[in-house]
Design a protein around this ligand. Structure first.
Ligand code: NAD
Length: 296
């Protein structure tokens, strides 16, 4: 069993850290929010007073933080993870952040004698609790091989996407596609309603025809056809609009930096941005159909 430091015990990190404890690992935790630390301690983790202190004795350091600036600071600030973690230790950053920061921080970690992967996740809080996350991993073969048994405890599908930053690239490409396909699916239902076409009939036909996609068949944005959809729970998340917006903005930043042409990704970011600005950032992202239909 490994000595693991876990930094960032929010909605996702909290249950992920608990799964590592339950698997028998020796887990030391740190978060800025004391109650989150105490929850992890009540499940068998040990509290540390800072990220650097948690990492000082660790073989593996896992971080689950909000954004790139937090990741850069928690790794590279004086006295923090890269100063204190033992040489040869493995760092796993599972936050969803920009590709540039992921590559930079991994570069610094390697210069300072650590192995490091970016390993963002797909799947929400339920998957974090159930240990069924999908991990998209970027980094060297040796870092991936060392990370895999740890990620297996927290996830069900572990993909080695490529070199440093490739995990973040996979995550934003996937979520840009998801945001676009959800808006397209919502527009199809909005048009069907105007044309008097029964929603269930559109679902039955399109889910076996060329319009088939995950947003339709697994996460249908209208109540009825798919029992598990947030549409059946008044669009409670699920995957919140503001989370989707964050990923769409990361995709647009990456498109601008790399020169990729993504006009529909830009439109999706603008549409979700408007929905969020109207006060609906906490709704599930499939709730965008309500804006397209003029309901909210
Ligand atoms: P969260 O805001 O609930 O948790 C982030 C935690 O990091 C908080 O507890 C915060 O106190 C802590 N933190 C911030 N700065 C810190 C610092 N300097 N030192 C120590 N702790 C610090 O966020 P979350 O929902 O757990 O998401 C975490 C990451 O996972 C994000 O990048 C998010 O985009 C991604 N993600 C979230 C979901 C989801 O459904 N929530 C799904 C997939 C990916």
């Amino acid at each position: 069993m490994a000595k693991i430091a876990f930094i960032g015990l929010g909605n996702m990190g909290g249950p992920m850290a608990v799964n590592l404890v339950k698997a028998g690992h020796d887990v030391t935790v740190f978060d800025l929010v004391e109650t989150s630390v105490q929850t992890a301690v009540s499940e068998g983790a040990t509290a540390a007073g800072s990220a650097g202190e948690a990492a000082s004795n660790a073989e593996v350091i896992v971080t689950m933080l909000p954004a790139g600036k937090h990741v850069r600071s928690v790794y590279t600030d004086q006295g923090s993870i890269l100063d204190s973690a033992p040489n040869g230790s493995l760092c796993i950053d599972s936050s969803t952040i920009d590709v540039g920061t992921a590559r930079d921080v991994i570069g610094v970690a390697e210069q300072r004698g650590k192995l490091m992967v970016d390993a963002p996740v797909s799947g929400g809080v339920a998957a974090a609790q159930g240990g069924t996350l999908t991990f998209m991993v970027g980094g060297s073969d040796s870092a991936f091989a060392k990370a895999k048994p740890i990620l297996d405890v927290m996830g069900k599908n572990i993909f080695h996407a490529g070199d440093a930053g490739a995990g973040q690239a996979a995550k934003i490409c996937n979520n840009m596609l998801l945001g676009i396909s959800m808006i397209g699916t919502c527009e199809a239902f909005a048009l069907a309603d105007k044309l008097g076409l029964d929603r269930q009939k559109l679902f039955d036909i399109s889910s076996t025809a060329s319009g088939q996609c995950w947003s339709l068949t697994s996460y249908c944005p209208v109540p009825g056809p798919v029992e598990a959809s947030p549409a059946n729970r008044d669009y409670q998340p699920g995957f919140a609009v503001d989370m989707m917006l964050k990923d769409l903005r990361l995709a647009q930043d990456a498109a601008q930096t790399s020169g990729a042409v993504t006009p529909l990704g830009a439109q999706a970011a603008a549409i979700y941005s408007l929905f969020s600005a109207n006060g609906h950032g906490g709704l599930d992202f499939s709730g965008i159909i309500k804006m397209l239909q003029g309901d909210i």
